[in-house]
Design a protein around this ligand. Structure first.
Ligand code: SAM
Length: 275
């Protein structure tokens, strides 16, 4: 499929010698059908500001631009910059590339107009994906600087993000994500979709921030989930001992013999508010 007048990604990678580096979590998507499908999950992109982390050779970037997005992309690997410049030349004024580490980036200032918040769309590097997501989930102030997130993760991480109480994958990530967003897995991608193929299946998660999540200081929710899931097989009266144990649970009206994985997001928030 041709979505633009630019050369096929295989040629781009060969010409710029972009052999994938494991240390940067580089598993590239070369099929523009697939990158277009990911971009479509984010909704209408016409003149929509978009933040992309890790554009690499630009497969997803091209799909977002072809659908009308206005992109700011942050890439750590300087070898990718010439390839991204070629894309920017094809879409004048619509692609800004920041060379640097996304973990050091202040995202809140990239698109300062609060009336037109950016969508975050990314095939995230596996080594920093969860860390970036937690930063975005704990954004302050809330509602956050972005209007949605459409992100690729290892499927196992995606399942932890969308998990509910009682699910095997339920843990800190599910509580944080469930507290502040509505999230769903949009679709899976097999290893062969990537070059080079990773060892595991991947999945695209779409997340929309809740306008009014239950009131709770984020650091207290972090503390309580950390303690509770740090010893997830133990009863809460044991795992939460450092935070007040049985007395705290009684104050919250939660049975001290329950285990972390049985508590809903609402119950965790209520508990955190009693600390
Ligand atoms: N978006 C491209 C695609 O879908 O084919 C590449 C995705 S690849 C999984 C992850 C990309 O993130 C790589 O281009 C890598 O260089 C970049 N990257 C890794 N760590 C980064 C960081 N800390 N900040 C910004 N980019 C990073």
């Amino acid at each position: 499929m041709s979505i633009d007048n630019l050369p096929p990604l295989r040629d781009v990678i060969e010409r710029h010698e972009l052999n994938a580096k494991k240390s940067l979590g580089q598993n590239f998507l070369l099929d523009l059908n697939l990158t277009s499908k990911i971009a479509r999950q984010a909704g209408d992109l016409q003149d929509q500001p978009v933040i992309e982390v890790g554009p690499g050779p630009g497969g997803l970037t091209r799909a977002i631009l072809a659908q009308g997005g206005i992109v700011t992309a942050i890439e750590r690997d300087e070898r990718c910059l010439p390839a991204l410049e070629e894309i920017a030349a094809e879409y004048p004024g619509r692609l800004r590339v920041i060379s640097g580490d996304a973990l050091q980036q202040d995202f809140t200032t990239l698109f300062p107009d609060p009336a037109k918040k950016p969508k975050i769309i990314a095939n995230l590097p596996y080594n920093v994906g969860t860390q970036l997501l937690i930063g975005w989930l704990l954004s302050d102030p809330w509602p956050p600087f972005y209007s949605s997130m459409t992100l690729m993760f290892q499927k196992e991480v995606a399942e932890r993000i969308v998990a509910h109480a009682g699910d095997d994958a339920y843990g800190r990530l599910g509580v944080l994500a469930g507290w502040r967003t509505q999230s769903k897995i949009a679709f899976d991608l097999p290893p062969q979709a990537f070059t080079p193929p990773p060892k595991v299946t991947s999945a695209v998660v779409h997340m929309i921030p809740r306008e009014q999540p239950l009131e709770c200081p984020p650091h207290l929710l972090e503390r309580v989930t950390q303690a509770a899931f740090g010893q997830r097989r133990k009863m809460l009266r044991q795992s939460l001992k450092p935070l007040g144990g049985e007395a705290l649970l009684n104050k919250a009206g939660i049975d001290p013999t329950r285990r972390a994985e049985t508590l809903s997001v609402e119950e965790f928030v209520h508990l955190a508010n009693q600390i």
